[in-house]
Every structure is written in C-alpha cells, then in structure tokens.
Ligand binder design. Structure first.
Ligand SMILES: Nc1ncnc2c1ncn2[C@@H]1O[C@H](COP(=O)(O)OP(=O)(O)O)[C@@H](O)[C@H]1O
Ligand SMILES: CC(C)(COP(=O)(O)O)[C@@H](O)C(=O)NCCC(=O)O
Length: 399
C-alpha cells in the first residue's frame, strides 16, 4: 500500500510528536495534513513578527488514500498515533488524546460514524468551500515557490505580491469541479461548477481503456495520440485551416468525433489514444468554463487546484493553452505545488479559530525532507509531483 507506512523522523527511529491532524475526505481521495514538532527546539520569533513570544519548529506532512480504501487511512492514523497530541504544546511528553479532529469534504459527513466506531474520534466538520479558500490563500501567502505558470512545457514560479493577490478565480478540480471567486481571507463566492471533472476522466477512462488505476490511465495518455480519435478542423476542411474564425487545421473540431465511424469498434482504438483524447477533452472544457467565469467577473488570474491535475504536464498545458486561447492572452492560468491539499490545509488552519487562536503559522519554506514518510531527499520543486509524500518545514508562533 503506497502510503501505509509508519512515519519516521529525521532518519532515526524516535517517534515524532504529532500535533494537529486534519482531513479532507473527498469523493475520490482522502487527504491528510499533520504537523510534527521537531525534537526539543523552541525558537525566538523573527523580529518583524509583532505580538508573538516563542515559536515551535516542525514539519507539515501530507498523505493521501483512495476514499474507497478508507480502512487503510484509519490504519495509517492508528499505526502512526496521529491522534496523540493536543495542539502545539511545549511539554515534551504530550500524550493527551484528542476527542475530535477537523475534517472537511463530503466524507466528513458520510464517514463520521466509522471514525467514531473505529478510532473513537469525532469529526468536527468544516465547510469544504471555506477550507479550499483558506488553504489556497495560506499556500499563496506563506509558501515560497508555491504557484507557477505552465506554458510550452516550462514551469515558471510566480512571486506573489500579498497586496495584489485578490481577486482571483479558484478552480478546484476534484471528482467534480468548483469555481470560486476569491476576494480576500474568508471572502469568496462559489460562482460555478461542473460535474465534468476528475471523476469523469477516471470513470470514463477506466471503462474505455480497462486501466486498473488512475496512474495507469495517466501514464497511457503520455504515449497516446488524440488525433486517432478526435476529429480535427483539418479533417473536416480537407487539411485546411479555417482562419476566418481563428481555427487552425490542427484544432480539435470534435472530441471523439472519429469514433462515430461505422466500421470501427472500441477495440479498434488504442487505449493510449483514448486516454489522451479524454484528458484533452476534459482539461480543455474545464479551461474554457474557467475562462468564461473569469470573464464574467473581470478576473485575470485563474488558480487551479485539485488532485485531477497531479502536476501532469499535458493536463496543465491543455488547461493553460485553453485559458490563453480563449482570453487572447488576457487571463493567466496558475497551478499550485500542493494542488490536492487545499481543503485539508484549510481544515488544518481552522483549528486556530477555536482552540489555538494564539498561534500564527509563519515562515513556511519548502525543503527536501529527511525521512518523513519516506520522501525523496532529492525533491526538486521545479520537476516535482507532490504526491502526498513530501513535508515542508515550518514554524508556528505563540502569542
Ligand atoms: N490515486 C488516485 N486515485 C484516484 N483518483 C486520482 C488519483 N490521483 C489523482 N486522481 C484524480 O483526482 C481526482 C480527485 O481529486 P481530489 O482533489 O482529491 O477530489 P475529491 O475531494 O473529490 O476526492 C480524481 O477524480 C481523479 O481524477
Ligand atoms: C459536490 C462537490 C463540491 C464535491 O467536491 P469534490 O469531492 O468533488 O472535491 C464537487 O463535486 C462539485 O462542485 N461538483 C460540481 C457540481 C456542479 O456544480 O454541477
């Protein structure tokens, strides 16, 4: 099982001290975020941080499980004693069990009883849209090298000016898609959504290609050629462009259009071509709907999150090109390194408004990890697909 291993620390076998665990239980995946305190070292806060006294150094960890395999997730929480710890406390041996954990997503309702029964814990529910926005704002403001653009195969990190962050359109591509106009911290409106999202790609792709996993389906798309199954403008116009309305001969005129051919069956198409065509169709469609919503509200920045993206170059390229094409270069698509963890991070941050409001999360830096969750120490943020196996260094300050 991909993530079902015990948490190690800093390359040795001391158990880590976990404070705070939050969950986002979605239609497809369960996302976990938890904080582990570095052993022994409290620190003085930076001089420019007013109103705080001492700090705690630690790491934020990320993990994910398929929702259908929720028992693996329960086992992971239990095996790693993630329910121990009572917030960011300074005592060395903090062992008081929590009676609740913060959780968001539909599964926080659906699986509430299961958590109670198997782990003896209540799920304190946080609104999913609230959490997505809080998570996105947190990442954009606090994490260095978080947001990037993707065009023609190259990533470029965007330096976020905190005074010029809002408004933006947040598009979360999970099982379904939510589009949220964000105007500030806690100030947002869900302006649109579409049911044609990540679940559609995975569901249709599984039926059409017999892929056994999402990763296999994505891998197939790398090798595919969508022209075998999509009808291009050139197929209709005898190889010519239709420049009068701005369409080149290579533009897709009709996704899956060639599949209408009477003398071909599903078996006559290669799974990799089907996967590629499907990925392109769904990414393109989401890019276009996003642009139309950005246009409705005059938004220039569209920030995409959700695990559908999986830092996959072809997905990001298709979305970015769609936004660029439809907006004639006016709007910009941006992606996030922690794309899939917005909701879980938002739930994690929501502890503050209740029992931990004297704490400020600050100085978050992406760092290669030591041994936490078996992460690759050569992690390169420029190349990386953050797959729920990285952690980031952070400090938390106490007022
Ligand atoms: N390992 C995986 N298993 C299933 N789906 C995955 C996986 N990795 C990425 N995905 C994609 O991510 C989508 C779920 O994204 P996510 O943001 O976690 O949404 P949700 O909250 O609905 O679970 C899936 O519908 C699928 O397209
Ligand atoms: C219902 C949801 C918010 C659930 O979130 P998810 O688990 O898909 O991340 C999402 O699937 C969604 O916004 N669906 C689109 C529904 C619509 O606007 O048509």
């Amino acid at each position: 099982m991909e993530h079902n291993r015990e948490v190690e620390i800093d390359g040795n076998s001391n158990p880590i001290q976990i404070s705070r665990l939050a969950l986002d239980i979605g239609g497809s995946l369960i996302k976990l975020v938890f904080f582990s305190r570095n052993s022994g070292d409290d620190e003085d806060p930076p001089k420019d941080l007013v109103g705080v006294s001492s700090g705690v150094n630690g790491r934020l960890h990320f993990a994910k499980f398929e929702t259908a395999k929720i028992n693996d997730c329960l086992q992971f929480i239990s095996a790693n004693k993630l329910l121990l710890g009572g917030g960011f406390q300074h005592q060395e041996n903090c062992t008081n069990d929590r009676s609740f954990i913060k959780a968001t997503g539909g599964g926080a309702y659906k699986f509430s009883e299961l958590f109670k029964e198997k782990l003896g814990i209540s799920l304190e529910k946080e609104d999913e849209m609230d959490c997505l926005v809080t998570g996105a704002n947190f990442l954009l403001k606090a994490v260095n090298q978080e947001a990037f653009t993707y065009l023609n195969g190259s990533k470029e990190f965007v330096q976020i000016d905190h005074n010029d962050l809002y408004p933006y359109l947040l598009v979360n591509i999970g099982s379904g898609v939510s589009m949220i106009k964000v105007d500030g911290d806690g100030k947002f409106e869900r302006v649109s959504g579409t049911s044609v999202g990540g679940g559609t790609f995975w569901g249709l792709g599984k039926l059409l290609t017999k892929s056994q996993s999402f990763d296999e389906l994505l891998e197939l798309s790398h090798r595919g050629d969508n022209r075998a199954i999509d009808t291009l403008v050139g197929d209709i116009y005898g190889g010519m462009d239709y420049l009068k309305i701005g369409l080149s001969s290579t533009t897709i005129a009709s996704s899956f259009g060639k599949a209408t051919s009477h003398n071909k069956q599903l078996e006559d198409y290669k799974p990799e071509d089907i996967s590629r065509s499907l990925l392109r169709m769904i990414s393109n469609n989401i890019g276009q709907i996003s642009y139309l919503n950005a246009l409705r509200f005059g938004l220039k920045r569209i920030i995409f999150g959700g695990f559908f993206i999986r830092s996959h170059s072809y997905t990001m390229d298709t979305i970015a090109v769609a936004v660029h094409f439809w907006s004639k270069g006016e709007a910009k698509a941006m992606f996030l390194r922690h794309e899939g963890f917005l909701g879980a991070l938002g739930a994690f941050m929501s502890y503050e408004t209740h029992s931990l409001d004297d704490l400020v999360v600050n100085q978050v830096m992406p760092l290669p990890v030591n041994a936490s969750l078996g992460t690759d120490t050569n992690y390169d943020p420029l190349k990386g697909d953050l797959n729920g196996t990285e952690s980031i260094q952070c400090s938390v300050y106490r007022a």
